[in-house]
Ligand binder design. Structure first.
Ligand code: ZN
Length: 247
């Protein structure tokens, strides 16, 4: 079933975590809660025109119609273009390994490349990331406990302040616009890791000029549109060197 609708305003923030967000869409007089990643949900504005293809019957939760991660497809309309938003990018590839001596096929890896979307994906990214740092002191991720304490660590652990369960909050050094592409083994042996590697994709945010009503062009206004944290240098060798030097 294909529905044309609009994103509606909500008291619930669209972005909850990188791996979880809720987009409220009104279509055909019904309100739907679309569960998706916060990474994807944060780009929507109230009033955005969308199209939803319902794949599975929505579940009713607290008087709302809920569509979970695998229950729908979503497109956004932008200046006449229909842009696929959900599901996130996913592609399966085969990596073949041949014997260097005989040229015979030794084994085949089936790899799924997809955008990170589950909490466990981001935990795996933190785990991979810690091996990239030359410094032992540098922690790679921020975590937040259920009572709101924020702390640094490489792996999931209980809050050092109150002992409560924690959830991964952010991969340090990434910006709110960063997306993560992971490579996972479709079929893996006991001793093989689920996620082999990842790539961080930082969408460039253009400098953004704007024309004022009087015809004047105001240059480089992106800092007025996005908060400062969106411009943390994605790769900042000077800072990394300085931190290493100070150890
Ligand atoms: Zn705590």
């Amino acid at each position: 079933m294909l529905l044309r609708g609009k994103v509606v305003g909500s008291e619930i923030p669209r972005f909850k975590h990188r791996w979880f967000g809720i987009l409220e869409v009104e279509a055909d007089g019904e309100k739907y809660d679309l569960y998706m990643t916060g990474n994807a949900a944060q780009w929507f504005l109230t009033g955005d025109e969308v199209e939803v293809e319902i794949l599975k019957e929505p579940k009713e939760r607290d008087g709302k119609l809920v569509l979970d991660f695998d229950d729908y497809k979503l497109w956004k309309f932008y200046e006449g273009d229909r842009i696929p938003v959900w599901p996130l990018f996913e592609k399966e590839v085969e990596a073949k390994r041949y014997s260097p001596l005989t040229g015979e096929l030794l084994y085949t890896y089936k790899i799924r490349a997809r955008e990170a979307k589950y909490e466990s994906d981001f935990e795996a990214i933190a785990e991979l990331e810690q091996y990239h740092y030359a410094s032992q002191k540098e922690k790679v991720a921020l975590w937040r406990c259920e009572n709101g304490h924020i702390f640094e660590a490489n792996t999931k652990q209980r809050c050092p302040v109150c002992g409560a369960e924690s959830h991964i909050l952010e991969i340090k050094g990434s910006t709110p616009a960063s997306r993560f592409l992971i490579f996972e083994l479709v079929k893996k042996e006991e001793y093989e890791p689920r996620i082999l590697s990842y790539v961080r994709v930082d969408p460039p945010i253009p400098l953004m000029h704007r024309r004022l009503p009087n015809g004047e062009i105001e240059k480089k206004v992106r800092e007025k549109v996005f908060p400062e944290e969106w411009f943390h240098p994605a790769f900042w060798p000077e800072r990394i060197m300085k931190e290493l030097y100070e150890e």
